[in-house]
Write a protein that binds this ligand. Structure first.
Ligand code: ADP
Ligand code: MG
Length: 716
């Protein structure tokens, strides 16, 4: 089928769905849908016997293990609530190491043997499931013959109902472990890391005289970038269908150079999509706050209000799922790949991270009393030390094949991890460091009476959009995550490395305080030491600039360009020591993740390279050949000559790609295999693409079988 302009006209058609979305009177309580599909604490209070509710809340607040005697009562209330909402099935909803979510649905109904069925759902079924999990990646933790994996209810993340035009399913967020109790998912280590950080932070807070806080929660507020394209183009592109990104496509004459898209007015069809998505997410209790156009054409962003890391991560997985589902209602496809279009900005996910007490105090908020400021500087210094010490691990926590196209490209932070603090905060630390030089300065330097310390809180005006890890007033923004990524691993890493440095600083502080030193004087040398030891990680300049690479190298910072370069840091001695000390992941569990990530990298690239070879040979090469014969027939020897040369070059490149793709040419050992993909397969794919993109520019438009960037990115 030749491609004709008519297809673009079809792509531009759409019908508003759910015509009256904006119509209900939102001052009427019943019209507010927020949380209506969530078995929230409010619903629990209404439906659980008072004593059960109180015990459940107490258990959760203390972060203790659940008393199984509560489970039957909770299960009963949950089942009734779900049946009222049309749920016929329930599922333990979990996050295996694939990086996405998994679910196996079971019906509530069991036949009674008298020709009827009864809805059943016991506490046991709520607490534990046993999916046949032999096909999930385990990195060797569980041999396939030992297929048992267990899902365990996570009562700290509320159950919810996923609606479908034909019914509904009760989803119960769960952890997923092997029968030996090892974590096979991304949730368990996240929960463990939150506990570790809480313990360290509470201990430190006691030194600052805080005796009220019982628990510290880490918080996450993700900003998610994504593309929306018309489904017509999506289904015409086997590369998008199979790999999530375009493997071919020449740069369009118009990109984002005019800056006419960023924060532009949102097209009606897109806004309709966003409103619908946000409404669905609201029902699920996901508090979406912000939406806007992003830099690239057809690129957008959605950002919820922050939540605790566990619930926030679950909600982020749900958000990605809902975004993709709702898109189809509008004839759109939502692309979450990190780099769907070469040469066009890719999509990331900004991970805003902070620590907050159960008494509602944000530990990264400078506050406005001298005491608060001291405490803030302590926690801020701990973050600096953690990021500097574990740069490689942080980089590894966001590594994937998709990310390798984005990190270090012109629109995304480089693969070098550095911290932006802002001029004001740098000045504060700098002044603390220098004070040592003239000991005569009164010890009350940090008493904030001095003009050196600017009035805090620091405000958001002082921003650096190119930094991979930026302080933004009352939180750090880890900006290097990929758009399709689960939040769990990067946050697990952040929590664990910061727990370690908080403990180290707290040790030092405790030492000083034991000598009878007052808090302020005790803290000063600690802040001095931390700043001097870690300031190399602080960079306030343009992270996208070429000279930063040279400068970073001079400072001894890591620049881990590709996934196989970064992954070893997941299993370094430093990492394994740290993670087992805090009980977050054992060496075996880390090894397992390392194996799984290597395998995912290899498999993804293998799928890409085979797809590229197949499209090149069976779709693009024939198009070029047809074009050539047309030119020959038309007796246009010069043009025919030009085309013939490219066709020859293309054929060679395809042969080379097919050869590196052969299984017998690939190493078997996982690390060597990943390096082979990086060093042999990616360049071979790139070589094919270079010629294909040249051909795209000369082959007759109606013969070219793939929709072009100039169509995909601009027709909406
Ligand atoms: P930006 O300028 O990067 O768009 P905003 O100030 O609009 O930043 O906030 C962006 C994100 O920061 C939001 O998703 C919000 O939920 C998150 N955020 C705000 N406070 C916190 C916090 N204490 N912990 C974690 N995330 C937070
Ligand atoms: Mg941001």
């Amino acid at each position: 089928m030749p491609r004709i302009r008519q297809q673009n006209v079809l792509a531009a058609q759409w019908a508003p769905n759910g015509a009256a979305l904006g119509a209900p009177d939102l001052t009427v309580a019943d019209n507010q849908v927020f949380g209506s599909s969530v078995f929230s604490p409010t619903v629990q209070r209404q439906r659980l016997p008072r004593e059960v509710f109180t015990r459940l809340q107490q258990t959760l607040a203390r972060g203790e293990a659940l008393d199984t005697s509560l489970a039957d009562a909770v299960a009963l209330a949950m089942k009734e609530w779900a049946l009222e909402r049309g749920a016929t099935h329930y599922t333990h909803w979990f996050q295996p190491l694939t990086g996405s979510t998994a679910e196996k649905h079971d019906s509530f109904y069991a036949p009674t043997g008298e020709g009827t069925a009864l809805a059943e759902f016991s506490g046991q079924e709520l607490i534990q499931g046993e999916p046949d999990a032999s096909s999930f990646p385990t990195g060797g933790i569980r041999a396939t013959f030992e297929a048992r994996g267990y899902t365990a209810w996570d009562p700290t993340s509320p159950a919810f109902i996923l609606e479908n035009p034909n019914g509904a399913v009760l989803c119960i967020p769960t952890a997923f472990a092997s029968w030996t109790g090892e974590a096979l998912d991304h949730k368990i280590p996240l929960l463990r890391s939150m506990d570790a950080l809480s313990k360290s932070a509470i201990r430190a807070l006691r030194l600052f005289g805080d005796s009220d806080s019982q628990r510290v929660f880490t918080t996450v507020g993700p900003e998610q970038e994504y593309f929306l394209i018309d489904e017509q183009y999506y289904f015409e592109r086997p590369d998008l269908i199979t790999t999530g990104r375009t493997l071919f496509g020449t740069k369009p004459p118009k990109g984002h150079e005019l800056d006419d898209h960023y924060f532009g007015s949102i097209p009606e069809r897109i806004l309709a999509y966003m409103l619908d998505t946000e409404r669905e997410l609201a029902k699920l209790g996901v508090p979406v706050k912000t939406r806007h156009n992003e830099v690239a054409p057809n690129q957008y962003e959605i950002a919820p209000v922050f939540e605790n890391s566990n619930v926030g991560s679950d909600h982020q997985q749900l958000t990605m799922q809902v975004m993709q589902n709702v898109a189809r209602r509008y004839g759109l496809v939502c692309l979450l790949h990190e780099k769907p279009f070469a040469g066009v900005n890719g999509s990331g996910k900004h991970n805003n991270w902070s620590m907050g007490t159960d008494t509602s105090h944000n530990l990264l908020d400078p506050g406005d009393t001298p005491h608060d400021n001291l405490q803030f500087l302590f926690f801020c210094a701990a973050v600096l030390e953690a990021v500097n010490k574990h740069q490689g691990l942080l980089r590894a926590s966001i590594a994937s094949a998709g990310q390798d196209h984005r990190l270090g490209a012109n629109e995304a932070p480089p693969a070098i991890i550095s911290v932006f603090l802002g001029a004001e905060l740098e000045k504060v630390f700098g002044a603390i460091e220098r004070v040592e030089a003239h000991e005569s300065t009164p010890g009350s330097f940090l008493g904030l009476g001095t003009p050196v310390l600017p009035p805090l809180p620091l405000h958001g005006g002082d921003r650096n959009r190119t930094s991979p890890f930026a302080f933004t007033g009352n939180k750090f923004e880890f900006r290097a995550l990929g758009s399709s990524q689960s939040l769990s691993l990067p946050n697990t890493v952040l929590n664990t490395i910061v727990a370690e440095s908080i403990d180290k600083l707290a040790d030092e502080l405790e030492n000083e305080l034991q000598k009878g030193t007052d808090l302020e004087s005790a803290l000063r040398p600690i802040l001095q030491r931390t700043w001097t030891a870690n300031k190399r990680i602080v960079f306030g300049g343009d992270n996208y600039a070429e000279d930063w690479h040279t400068e970073a190298e001079r400072r001894g910072l890591l620049n881990l360009r590709a996934t196989p370069d970064a992954l070893p840091y997941l299993v370094s001695d430093e990492t394994t020591g740290l993670f087992s000390h805090y009980g977050v992941l054992s060496e075996r569990e880390l090894d397992a993740r390392h194996d799984v990530f290597l395998e995912q990298y290899v498999t993804k690239l293998n799928i890409e390279s085979e797809t590229a070879a197949s499209i090149a040979r069976t779709a693009l090469l024939p198009a070029a050949a047809r074009h050539l014969s047309m030119l020959l027939e038309a007796q246009l020897p010069e043009l025919a000559q030009e085309t013939a040369e490219l066709v020859e070059e293309f054929t060679q490149a395809i042969h080379a790609l097919e050869s590196v793709n052969l299984a017998e040419n690939q190493p078997h050992e996982p690390v060597a295999h990943a390096e082979y993909m990086r060093d042999e397969v990616i360049p071979a794919m790139a070589a094919v693409r270079t010629v294909a993109d040249k051909l795209e520019r000369i082959v007759a438009d109606d013969l070219w079988p793939l929709p072009k960037y100039s169509e995909i990115l601009f027709i909406k």
